[in-house]
Design a binder for this molecule. Structure first.
Ligand code: EPZ
Length: 424
């Protein structure tokens, strides 16, 4: 398993280009199952989860092609999709595999998708995806670890009025995709408003879907009998951009972050400004982050978009360890998303956890040691902590970070960080 060795203490200076959003690219790839025509996607990040999704689609009989490997352009063509199976071997490595369920059942009337298991950050059930599909007429059984879904008599799913009990990002995306090919109108209430959902709507519309309500929590979808191929460029990764904003701020540096979408970073920028960080808009898609002399503590609560993203919580915790005062971090989305805290404590941070609240007292002098990454964003938080720690930090299990950050070692090296990947 590869590791990162990071020597902390260097302020970061220079420019970083943000890659495409993993969490937009994954549903966009799954959407290619909805049509027999090719779907060409640009700005796809070169990360492990994308490779896994490519393998999964190929297993489900799609032809997945790209000009070179790895590539930021994917072309996916699914001539036929009969009895599609998403096997446990692939699903267990990536929960987003569940995104194939909605398109597969909508297109072919049957789907067998392995149930994603638990996950380090929480139980993460898919009950809301299944209940919505049932409302649309699917018969669902969960047997032998698989979701067996079918539309009776080989017909189409039927439009339905669905009110999500809880806001779910991939749940909204799954049902949105399923509804594009259903008979009649589907109304989704309490839908997720994440920019990745809106990006999927833009792609589906290019494919011929009839959807209204972009950016709102009520989506209306008039099903159509068939969708066509399309070409689409996915949005920039707002979590990668936020991570680099914090990298500039925590190291006392100045970073220019290009190819990002500042409108998607509202809550993150507002929070950073509360800590004394200055974020300047240089161009419509370029930001510059200026670190203050002293970072100030500020409380944060994770929320669904447009609130502060749970996917930025670990990175913000790293920043809070360096801020003067006490920051209370409340995690409302996942029940177990503080695994990085114990590793930061081993580095010298003062953090106490009480259920869904973490109390971080700063500034703490961090020192390098060996730490374990537990999930994708926790790894990013540990990288940030290591960038300000005295001496060397060895981060183990970086396969987690490779799932969602393109070339993070090279990008950080290019702005002056002392970071190496150790292959083993
Ligand atoms: C998406 O996961 C993202 N993944 C996650 O990013 C992100 O952390 C999360 O949304 C929240 O923003 C992708 O987009 C591929 P949810 P998702 O369904 O859709 C509960 C990353 O690091 N829930 O919005 O799986 C659930 O347990 C990842 O890139 C149910 O109870 O998250 C959680 O508490 C990690 N039943 C809450 O809802 C359901 O059927 C929100 O989860 C579905 C969800």
């Amino acid at each position: 398993m590869d590791k990162f060795r990071i020597r902390g203490g260097k302020p970061l200076h220079g420019a970083v280009q943000i890659s495409g959003a993993k969490n937009s690219a994954l549903p966009a790839m799954a959407a290619a199952l909805l049509t027999s025509e090719p779907v060409t996607l640009h700005n796809i990040p070169k990360v492990r989860d994308i490779i896994t999704m490519g393998k999964l689609l190929a297993f489900m009989s799609a032809t997945v092609s790209m000009p070179t490997f790895p590539s930021d352009t994917y072309s996916i063509e699914t001539n036929s999709l009969n009895d599609a199976v998403a096997p446990y071997e692939l699903v267990k490595t990536m929960r987003a595999s569940i995104l194939t369920l909605g398109p597969a059942i909508a297109r072919s009337g049957v789907a067998h998708v392995s149930l994603p298991g638990g996950c380090a950050i929480g139980a993460r059930p898919v009950d809301l995806h299944l209940a919505a599909l049932e409302k649309m007429g699917a018969q669902i059984a969960t047997e032998h670890g698989y979701i067996q879904a079918k539309v009776p008599n080989g017909g189409r799913l039927k439009g339905a009025h669905i009110v999500f009990e809880k806001i779910t990002v991939t749940g909204t995306e799954n049902i949105l995709m399923a509804a594009t090919l259903a008979e009649g109108e589907t109304i989704l209430e309490n839908a997720a408003r994440e920019p990745e959902v809106t990006d999927l709507i833009h792609l589906l519309r290019k494919m011929g879907a009839n959807i209204c309500g972009d950016d709102s929590s009520t989506l209306r979808i008039h099903g159509v009998p068939k969708l066509r191929g399309a070409t689409h460029s996915v949005i920039p990764d707002r979590i990668e951009a936020g991570t680099f904003l914090i990298a500039g701020a925590i190291t006392g540096g100045e970073l220019t972050i290009s190819n990002c979408q500042p409108a998607h970073l509202g809550a993150i920028i507002a929070k950073l400004e509360k800590t004394g960080v200055r974020v300047e808009t240089i161009e419509p898609t370029t930001l510059r982050v200026h670190a203050p002399k002293t970072l100030l503590a500020s409380d944060v609560t994770t929320e669904e978009y447009p609130g502060f993203a749970t996917d930025m919580q670990a990175q913000y915790m790293a920043l809070a360890t360096q801020a003067e005062g006490t920051s209370v971090i409340t995690e409302t989305i996942f029940e177990n998303r503080f695994l990085h805290a114990s590793e930061m404590i081993r580095m010298g941070a003062s953090i106490s956890i009480d259920g869904r609240r973490a109390v971080v007292r700063g500034p703490a002098k961090l020192s390098g040691t060996t730490v374990q990454a537990s999930d994708l964003r926790a790894s990013a938080g540990l990288v940030l902590a290591a960038l300000v720690a005295e001496g060397d930090t060895l981060i183990d299990r970086v396969y987690h970070i490779d799932r969602g950050y393109e070339a993070i070692v090279e990008k950080l090296q290019s702005v002056g960080a002392e970071i190496q990947r150790l292959h083993s």
